[in-house]
Ligand binder design. Structure first.
Ligand code: PMT
Length: 411
């Protein structure tokens, strides 16, 4: 794979400190990263921080006599195959929207043919301000520019609302997933993570799912142009950029949230969640005392979200995952048939380093009449490939009229 060359622009805002982590994540993923800082950014973080993390000299000045032939901005504009501005302040967005070239970063943006990605960050009132929104409309209409976020939530100034920069991991995932728009206009619902089934107010039954596979797929589907709803059990992951996130706790919550999301419109359903198959028959009102030597729990079977979605009269193109420890393909194929799925992704979770919790996975996608093996690699890279495969099969099925291509796409 050729190395991605990312030019990271950092503008003035408290979120600038998070961009240091962004550089680390992009470097870890094998990208070459160069950093351009505005004067405002330098008030929050020193260039030395970014120099140490990127391994490259940080550029701050347009009129820099030491830069190559005094034309450093042109060299930078040609070098980058993607410009990412994170955080993108209200002031920077205004200047970019107007096509200004009054500092190094705006000048490079004017001079480049590379795609420009903005991760806005500002106070919620500044974000809602009609002048910012007017600039935003100009930027959104610009085919060279993509916006990631902003997120909602508490802000450094104490306000609550839209304007927080997306978490560095969510931004890095989107930058790394440069996929063709194979799912443009398609609505995708994904389940991810574990469920928790309460035993008493402080204990629960669960499993080792981290949600990483499902979150990576959500980011990949979004990067491929899909409108994504992620139904997630309790995990410690940042919301993928531009994905609707619905948090749940139990298997019953997951069924209800997934069915609601499918009711709202779903062309492809992907179930990566490790749903607890059983839950305690009763949840004790009080914490169970440990005076007893033995404790037996009566368990009842949980509803199966995947089977329920696949069994609907208006079933979307449905993809399951199967976590197996033996006879992996046989068990996965049984689930493909018994749950009436279009595809199942078989996951050998007996292998170390793949499956639950890790950053990597190795899987075999199985469908009626075929299969494709994907060797061990990061869940982020694997997700891009799985999304491409799922999109191909979805299109083929849609063309046979079983799953009509989404009405949004047709219009
Ligand atoms: O979250 P990570 O740490 O990244 O780990 C990823 C993973 C290992 C969890 C993932 O790759 C995976 O294999 N997910 C499926 C786990 C699983 O529970 O498999 P299963 O064979 O028990 O279930 C088969 C399918 O039915 C799955 O798509 C599951 O989401 C679905 N199911 C199962 C039970 C149930 N009650 N409801 C369901 O929807």
């Amino acid at each position: 794979m050729t190395q991605k060359r990312i030019l990271l622009g950092v503008t003035g805002g408290i979120a600038a400190y998070k961009s240091a982590e962004l550089v680390r994540l992009l470097k870890k993923a094998g990208c070459a990263v160069r950093v351009v800082m505005t004067g405002g950014a330098e008030a929050f973080v020193t260039p030395l921080t970014f120099q140490a993390l990127s391994g490259e000299a940080v550029r701050t000045s347009l009129l820099d006599p030491t830069a190559e032939a005094g034309m450093g901005h042109i060299e930078l504009a040609k070098w980058a195959d993607r410009i990412l501005v994170a955080p993108a302040s209200a002031n920077f967005m205004a200047r970019l929207a107007q096509g200004m070239a009054d500092d190094l970063l705006t000048t490079v943006c004017c001079a480049t043919e590379a795609p420009i990605v903005l991760a806005p960050a500002m106070n919620q009132a500044m974000w809602k301000n009609h002048r910012t929104q007017r600039n935003l409309a100009l930027l959104e209409a610009d085919p060279q520019i993509t916006l990631l976020g902003p997120d909602q939530g508490g802000q450094a100034c104490g306000d609550v609302g839209p304007g927080r920069m997306l978490e560095p991991q969510a931004i890095a995932d989107r930058i790394l997933l440069d996929s063709p728009q194979s799912l443009a206009g398609v609505r995708v619902v994904i389940t991810a993570g574990p469920t928790r089934e309460a035993i008493d107010p402080v204990r629960y039954i669960s499993n080792h799912s981290s949600g990483k596979m499902g979150y990576a797929l959500a980011a990949a589907a979004r990067a491929a142009g899909a409108e994504v709803t992620l139904v997630s059990g309790p995990v410690a992951l940042a919301r993928p950029a531009d994905v609707a996130l619905r948090m749940v706790v139990t298997a019953e919550d997951m069924l209800a949230a997934a069915m609601k999301a499918v009711d709202e419109g779903c062309d492809i359903f992907i179930a990566t969640a490790a749903v607890a198959d059983y839950r305690p028959l009763d949840c004790a009102d009080q914490k169970l005392k440990k005076s007893r030597e033995n404790l037996s729990l009566a368990l009842v079977r949980n509803p199966d979200t995947l089977a329920a979605v696949a069994g609907r009269a208006d079933a979307p193109f449905t993809v399951g995952f199967a976590a197996e420890t033996n006879d992996v393909i046989r068990h996965a194929t049984d689930k493909l048939t018994s749950k009436h799925l279009n595809m199942i992704v078989a996951n050998d979770v007996s292998r170390t380093g793949v499956g639950f919790n890790g950053d990597e996975n190795a899987v075999t996608a199985v469908w009626q009449g075929g299969q494709q093996v994907f060797g061990q690699e990061s869940k982020v890279n694997l997700s891009g490939k799985l999304v491409t495969l799922i999109a191909e099969h979805y299109r083929a099925t849609a063309h046979s009229n079983k799953h009509p291509v989404s009405s949004k796409e047709k219009s």
